[in-house]
Design a protein around this ligand. Sequence first.
Ligand code: RFL
Ligand code: PHB
Length: 390
Amino acid sequence: MKTQVCIIGGGPSGLLLSQLLHLKGIDTILLEKHSREYVLGRIRAGVLEHGFTELMREAECGDRMDAEGELHDGFEIVDNGIQHRVDLHKYTGASVMVYGQTEVTRDLYEARDRMQGKVIHNVEDVTLHNLKATTPPYVTYRDRSGAQRIDCDFVIGADGFHGPSRKAIPREVLREFEKVYPFGWLGVLSRTKPVNPELIYARNDRGFALCSMRSQVLSRYYIQVPLSDKAEDWSDAAFWAELKARLPQEVAARLEAGPSIEKSIAPLRSFVAEPMRYGNLFLAGDAAHIVPPTGARGLNSAGSDIHYLYHGLINHYLNGDDTGLEEYSAKALARVWKAQRFSWWMTSLLHSFPDTSEYDRHLQSTEMEYLFSSDAAQASLAENYVGLPF
Ligand code: RFL
Ligand code: PHB
């Protein structure tokens, strides 16, 4: 087979790029390791920044998001029982869209179907070749009918943190930066009315908690847990009791508990790989960088990579101009590091750290006091949360 752009990974990054390029007449083939049902079964991000929603509209995938997603002008931060509101709209004039990653991915898959996009599922042994050679690159893989080969101009590594693309960059070229947090988030999805019209991020001596949602009848809650915990060890009753203990009493009193539809633990990690380009391979999204979910930056940073890559590729194909592709890694990384900083800051502000000193605890409380006594500090939080400009 032959295509212009071979995309590895059928998560939001890969699907969005494939859809945007197709609309400009650029041919892609997308390879995904799992079935569509499996990809859609993963419960992940819930908050989209304005730039991401604009990309969805440009990809002609914005209708359901605009009809069913909810615009939020602010969110709450609770500090050991005391509630403060961060007014996103007041400080930035912008809002965020609460619309789940599952729905984003479903809309993108449906758009790919409508346009007869080439999306191949259940591929194995994806291997990248000739990335820096003078001859064009190609990708090999296996499916049910045997070994396959795709010749292309460019390979896009949008295959998440564990995919093969980043690993195809030689050790002596790739630099990796990592920070592993000593806790995870236990998340529960339940068919219940969200406890609050806006998200609540709660700092508590028992550990962090987050009240989020997918719709007016579907809630998503998280609590910080030690890395040694297993999701199976948490009964629904134990989860609800612990969540309520970390929320202000009046919020806990109105929280509607119900059976969990999904329950899983995600470890918290920060990670950046540099550079994001190697020859004709371009990395995008979680393949190149991970953030802890506290600042809701992961999917949104993937979106900004796709924005830069999409413009670089259309300039290459439609105008013969390679500047965008040459600048891709540096431009994408500059924004990625800002998202890293913000996610680290918000994680440090809101979580309980084991083995923390009295001094560190004092600093954390002072940071919180400063935040809610300073318009400048709230404006800084707000501009990062709604998304820095591309
Ligand atoms: P994905 O979604 O991981 O997709 C990569 C795809 O590549 C496939 N793949 C392969 N395909 C072919 N061959 C191989 N060998 C392959 N190996 C892997 C995988 O099957 C998969 O389908 O990466 P992508 O597209 O870059 O998207 C990134 C986002 O998924 C991620 O950043 C967010 O989910 C992070 N995140 C959040 N981001 C936000 O912006 N806002 C949020 O509110 C938010 N909340 C979250 C989150 C992530 C979480 N977890 C579980 C890590 C909440 C949580 C709990
Ligand atoms: C979610 O709804 O899954 C969610 C929302 C905000 C975050 C992280 C996760 O910061």
